[in-house]
Design a protein. Structure first.
Length: 448
């Protein structure tokens, strides 16, 4: 049975508060670096489509039989972790994240839950047809021996401990586990993904088998059933828990650009949570090595999201190549997002410098004025404030360019999961949030 045969009639559910944000629109005709005023032009949603309900167990077992014995009423979701054009009009490659997960407090401490621990992250090919998102194909992400990698955390003491749906039973760690996010497809048909655990860059075959996982130097990940290469800067070992790589772009020449979702925890978590400085890394697929690193500075959180005052809520979830060394970068919270245009510059390359040394004080993350310390952060220009465009869902994590003035956006619906003990009913079945996987087309008045 193929995954697209599993679609059942979609039940209309009430949508939780705050799904589309409303009113006015913005596309910048002019702007400068962070915080500079920008002149707005129009942008609007031209098309919206949603994914029908597909039982997660049936979907998973059609790819790898026997991987899910109880899906607890969860449907396929999370495919909005990223989106990449598949070649034909209206068709895209997407990727799930690690699967349904949440948090429940036990004894005052939050525990990370994995209600469907057998779930295997998947690359999912979709077609936007009318107001529907159709699943055309899906590839399970597998180890060298063809087994599910799963989405479970890798290392005790470094990653969050995994628990059952009710947070009462500890689950085993899995060194193969991946929290997949960004996706691009190479010219040879293989895929490149990024992962939040390592953080890591993952090369996957055209059929979904992990070819190589590139991780930070000194990670010492053992026991994985695929090749693991320590090729990334060791400073990345200080990534915030569950905030590793989330954005991935492929430049015209084939190089990749990876974005750290959040500032590193340097020298500690408090510094990272308060920081506006994160990092982009350039990786040569020919040399299999990082060739550049760039400092990227967020706008203040209340500029990105006027209703938010917690700087730690800022994230980069998507980066999109729009030409030689030019990128769209999405700055967001869970409720709002803005797209910035940046140009990668040799002068901004900090790779191998003092800020790759975790003993440097102050760290890059602690700099309130990087320029005063000699760090050239990437200059940026606001392209569009998604929070002001009617019809754009919250938590946009995937963005792709359709043509010179159209973008396609997809949200991460978290598999309908919410946090807290009320996420499941007394029978252990999901109490669905009602948030659907939604693809929208955004028309910009001026091309990129």
């Amino acid at each position: 049975m193929s995954p697209h045969d599993l679609v059942r009639r979609r039940v209309r559910r009430p949508v939780v508060a705050g799904v589309p944000l409303a009113v006015v629109v913005a596309l910048v005709a002019a702007g400068t670096a962070a915080g500079a005023p920008a002149k707005a032009e129009a942008a609007h949603v031209t098309r919206t489509a949603t994914l029908d309900d597909i039982p997660l167990g049936a979907f998973s077992n059609a790819l790898l039989p026997g991987t899910v014995d109880n899906d607890r009423g969860v449907d396929l979701g999370g495919i909005g972790s990223d989106i990449y054009p598949a070649g034909r009009k209206g068709e895209y490659w997407t990727v799930t994240d690690r699967g349904p997960n949440g948090q429940i407090k036990v004894g005052g401490t939050k525990r990370r839950t994995f209600p469907v621990p057998g779930f295997d992250p998947a690359i999912v090919k979709i077609r936007v047809s009318g107001d529907k998102v159709k699943v055309l194909d899906a590839l399970p992400i597998t180890t060298s021996s063809g087994k599910a990698v799963t989405g479970l955390p890798n290392q005790q003491g470094r990653d969050e401990a995994p628990y059952s749906y009710d947070a009462q039973t500890a689950l085993p760690y899995n060194p193969n586990g991946l929290d997949t996010e960004g996706i691009v497809r190479a010219g040879d048909g293989s895929f490149w993904l990024v992962d939040e655990y390592g953080p890591s860059l993952v090369h996957v075959s055209a059929r979904g088998k992990v070819l190589t996982r590139y991780v930070p130097k000194g990670l010492h990940l053992t026991g994985a059933d695929y090749p693991v290469v320590e090729a990334l800067p060791a400073v990345l070992l200080h990534r915030k828990t569950n905030r590793g790589f989330e954005g991935l772009a492929q430049l015209p020449g084939g190089d990749l650009v990876m974005a750290l979702q959040s500032p590193l925890s340097l020298p500690d978590g408090d510094a990272g949570n308060a920081s506006l400085n994160t990092r982009l890394l350039r990786f040569s697929t020919k040399r299999k090595a990082v060739t550049a690193e760039y400092a990227y500075r967020f706008d203040p959180v209340n500029v990105v999201d006027p209703g938010e005052d917690d700087t730690s809520e800022l994230k980069i979830s998507s980066v999109v190549a729009v030409g030689d060394d030019r990128l769209l970068v999405e700055e967001r919270t869970d409720k709002a997002a803005r797209l910035q245009m940046v140009k990668l510059s040799r002068k901004s390359n900090i790779l191998g410098g003092p800020y790759d040394d975790d003993t440097t004080s102050p760290s890059l993350e602690q700099l309130d004025d990087p320029a005063a310390a000699g760090v050239l952060v990437l200059a940026k220009k606001l392209v569009v404030d998604l929070g002001t465009v009617s019809g754009v869902p919250q938590k946009i994590e995937g963005i792709a360019r359709v043509d010179h003035d159209t973008l396609v956006l997809v949200n991460d619906n978290d598999f309908g999961m919410t946090d807290g003990a009320g996420a499941f009913d007394a029978q252990g079945r999901l109490v669905d949030s009602g948030i659907e996987t939604t693809v929208v087309y955004l028309k910009l008045s001026h091309g990129i």
